[in-house]
Design a protein around this ligand. Sequence first.
Ligand code: HEM
Length: 499
Amino acid sequence: MDSQLSLWFCSMSTAFCFVFFSFTLLFSLFSLLIFVLRLKLWCTCKICQAYLTSSWTKDFDNLCDWYTHLLKNSATGTIHIHVLGNIITAKPANVEHMLKTRFENYPKGKPFSTLLGDLLGRGIFNVDGDSWKFQRKMASLELGGVSVRTHAFDIVGSEIQSRLLPLLSSVAGKEQVLDLQDIFRRFSFDNICKFSFGLDPGCLELSLPVSDLAEAFDLASKFSAQRALASSSLIWKVKRLLNLGTEKQLKEAIKVVDEFAEEMIKQRREEGFSDRHDLLSRFMGTINDDKYLRDIVVSFLLAGRDTVASGLTSFFWLLSQHPEVESAIREEVERVMGSSEQFASFNQMREMHYLHAALYESLRLFPPVQFDSKFAQEDDILPDDTFVRKGTRVTYHPYAMGRMERIWGPDCLHYKPERWLQNGRYVPENLYKFPVFQAGKRVCLGKEIALVEMKCVVLAVVRRFNIRVPHSNQAPRFAAGLTATLRGGLPILVQEREA
Ligand code: HEM
């Protein structure tokens, strides 16, 4: 009987392997066919040739700069990279069409959710349809209240007072170069972990410790984003199946994130969560499924960490080139707060229109999320008459949009906070001209929190220190990833201002 059973198992597993490999082979042939079809187009398209041969790198440091150049020269403000099956647009009317008017036709789509699926699971960042609607509603309720904003304000204030300022002080006046990008990444990771999990990883302690969680999270985001660079998804899927190379590292990194999240959820269940303010505890009131809870909170980690760090890093780079903006911020702070040493309150911040404009202007030129893609569910025609075939990836490009003369005028490349002011007061722009926080139905849920966080940092640092960037005339070069990150970081020197 035993031998019959093992024979049966043996033949079943052989049959399974046969079906599996036949399926994989068919899938590979299909991918090859699509690739060949795209190559045929490439033969006649100069843009595709430049993309595939990387010849654009002779003239541009960053892919986003090359796309900006192409979009500027396109009569419609829209281009098509056939080899990638990707339409890219910098036209506000098209952006409004995708993000609002025909929102249902432009979901994130399966290709995107597969790339990030292992890390983000069913978290808000990675889903469409009912699951997204449910999480969006729940998260909007949680994030919309005054108490959660006060909570975020307290967290940021404490991280600035007890870590950021002492760290900058410790190197002030010395010839010690600090990487400001690394500092802001540590700062925002501490904040978003406290905010999301109620846990303090202490990444910004004076000794700048290595955090296993931060490191695992970095690797997991990096390797997930790298999947998008493969010419065919089959490559990383096979690597994942065989547990090879970066896919093996990705799996290990996700395991660390998973174990951490599991432990946090377990602790909350044991200790109780009703009197806690972090997001995890808030969501635990509505959701019992621990895997789902993990996914939701990990999405917040990704959404709120690198974006804020990226926005702050670019801001201080721009400030180092524009001392007149730094002086104007200081004048405004003095006018609103006098000589008070206190932390600025919400109301005081609201009065600082110039600071707000200076941040918006920095985000216009250096959006933390440089581009964002959706996948068309049905054939469609964009307002500029571009035909979109079902299944095509359509990308709007905030980085390029910030550099379009036809949107921002002939001085579009200049850093000019006054652009956002009328009679000294901040005046908002059309959201589809400036989709830095996305816009429409999926607009960023952490926008207000992010702005308050950034303002708190700028105020605290600019009032007390002079930050100097030794090579500030070098144009930024970005590393490939989900969020704009400066290659090589942002080396700075710090000086304490005279009282
Ligand atoms: C300067 C900082 C930030 C920028 C530029 C930014 C930008 C964005 C963008 C472009 C999206 C759309 C992404 C997509 O759909 O693919 C987004 C979504 C989102 N952001 Fe932010 N974000 C920032 C900070 C934050 C913070 C601090 C949080 C959390 C506290 C947050 C939470 C979210 C969430 C939950 C979503 C998903 C919304 C949805 O899909 O309905 N963001 N953000």
